[in-house]
Design a protein around this ligand. Structure first.
Ligand code: ADP
Ligand code: MG
Ligand code: ZN
Length: 478
């Protein structure tokens, strides 16, 4: 048998972050009573007319812009006909040709910068859910999810290994969540993918017959499913048994894929233009506005944060914690010392928020309060150690750092007059040590600084104290 290589293409579904459904004004929220968020449109009543959600169109176009796709100013919706109990219309409203976005792609840094091409991005609505009640022997239908807006991102069959697929999916997920196009909660199925796999003799350009593994929403399962499926197909070839074009499901418990149904071709769905909806307009003016509103991509943000003087480690932590970037930017708008802020975030705020299991912006230590704390340290008004001691109280009660420092009496005295008075008394009280200093024993300075800090109960600014002491000691009569 020739050496075979695996050829993999992905279809990723992401639930768009809109308040309402794609073609009606029912809310998209999850966790409500079954069938409480439905209307005549999303429950497929005869004669009900869909109206397109403009926000969903913008989010799809934004995704395309971020991923380098061409955005079509004209695309249409089509009916994709099939029968299933959770599909009340008897068809899904999707896009065939033209879709809203075509082409695009991005590179995978950990896979030798391989470029993965996108085929298309299109809009479609989600189906409802069947709930199988085994006890009563019933299957119930919940249409709350029916009509929820999705984008489907289809890649070219450019992947050759599970590692490439997982790197791609993680990067795509990061980008979409960063753009706020989707919440991306994997466990809720808000980001899920179908994997198409075939084998072919290495060196061949033809595509083999593929199977499709449906609806994976865990990166680990994606990798396991591909490994299993590649071995299964290899065995088929070894035994000269045909690969059947079919849809399969991955069973994570048994670590295997199982046939679900034979795979349909596009023509089986009898696609035809949905007559109840106009074409999807994205005018040049809208496109220009969307471009201007596009936030920096994670890679650009990385560059910006690095250029502010943050270390790679700091950047990675801030980028990977949800809501940390927003917090950082807000704090920076109050006090523009990125390094100081990043340090406080990494050492104090993020660990504390993690312990409480809340987002940074939800803590009582607002970006403004952290900025005040950072400024006190930078100005030498508060020692770093004192600041760290105050932090738990600020975090718990949202207390103003400056007021708290005053209350606790830990503000550093940067009042040169007060420090000088202490220094003069000290030198008078320790004439022998002062003499030693004048005779060249400069190390004795730390003795004086230590005493001065003690007498000020730690409040004196040590740097200033040192400077004043040196000046006084040097100007002593010999
Ligand atoms: P469908 O929507 O019917 O599943 P498409 O032709 O749109 O099919 O392809 C879906 C995905 O399957 C794409 O990512 C494509 O790259 C991939 N694909 C198509 N043919 C093959 C093949 N023979 N082997 C591996 N992947 C394939
Ligand atoms: Mg498919
Ligand atoms: Zn509705």
């Amino acid at each position: 048998m020739p050496v075979m290589e695996s050829v993999i293409g992905l279809e990723i579904h992401a639930q768009l972050k809109t308040a309402t459904k794609l073609f009606c004004s029912c809310p998209t929220s999850v966790g409500s009573e079954p069938n409480s968020h439905i209307c005549e449109v999303c429950s497929g009543q005869p004669g009900a007319l869909p109206r397109l959600n403009a926000k969903a169109v913008e989010l799809a176009a934004w995704t395309g812009l971020a991923l380098g796709s061409k955005i079509n100013n004209f695309s249409i919706f089509s009916r994709k006909n099939y029968f299933y109990p959770d599909l009340p219309n008897g068809f899904q409203i999707s896009q065939l040709t033209p879709p809203i976005c075509e082409g695009g792609g991005f590179t995978l840094p950990e896979s030798e910068n391989k470029f993965i091409r996108l085929n298309r991005i299109h809009l479609e609505d989600d189906a409802g859910k069947c709930i199988h009640d085994k006890q009563r022997g019933l299957t119930l239908v919940d249409l709350n999810r029916a009509g929820t807006p999705l984008i489907e991102i289809v890649t070219e069959p450019d992947f050759r290994s599970p590692a490439e697929v997982v790197e791609f999916l993680k990067k795509l997920h990061t980008i979409l969540v960063h753009l706020k196009v989707t919440e991306g909660r994997l466990e809720e199925g808000e980001f899920r993918c179908d994997i198409n796999i075939s084998l072919r003799p290495k060196g061949s350009e033809d595509l083999g017959i593929r199977s499709e593994i449906k609806n994976l929403n865990s990166f680990r399962h994606v990798s396991q499913a591909i490994k299993y499926e590649v071995i299964r197909q290899e065995r088929q070839y070894e035994r000269s048994e045909p690969i059947i074009q079919e849809t399969r499901l991955f069973d994570p418990v048994r670590q295997e894929t199982r046939a679900l149904r034979s795979k349909e071709e596009a023509h089986d769905y009898r696609y035809f233009p949905q007559p109840d909806l106009p074409s999807v307009p994205v005018s040049p003016a809208t496109l220009a506005r969307l471009k201007s509103e596009l936030p920096c991509l994670p890679e650009e943000t990385t560059m910006v944060l690095l250029s502010l003087g943050l270390t790679r480690e700091q950047v990675a932590i801030i980028q990977n914690r949800r809501g940390a970037i927003e917090y950082f930017e807000a704090a920076k708008s109050f006090f523009d010392e990125p390094k100081q802020l990043a340090t406080l975030m990494l050492e104090l705020l993020l660990p504390a928020a993690l312990r409480e299991d809340i987002y940074p912006l939800e803590t009582k230590c607002t970006p403004k309060l952290l900025a005040v704390l950072a400024k006190l340290i930078t100005d030498n008004t508060l020692s770093r150690r004192a600041a760290y001691n105050l932090f738990p109280e600020i975090f718990e009660h949202g207390t103003d750092p400056k007021e708290l420092a005053e209350l606790r009496g830990v503000l550093q005295v940067s009042d040169a007059g007060a420090i000088k008075a202490l220094a003069v008394d000290l030198i008078k009280a320790h004439p022998n040590e002062a003499k030693k200093y004048c005779n060249g024993q400069e190390k004795i300075l730390s003795f004086f600084v230590g005493r001065l800090m003690q007498q000020s109960q730690g409040a004196a600014n040590p740097k200033l104290a040192g400077e004043i002491l040196v000046r006084l000691l040097k100007s002593q009569p010999k």
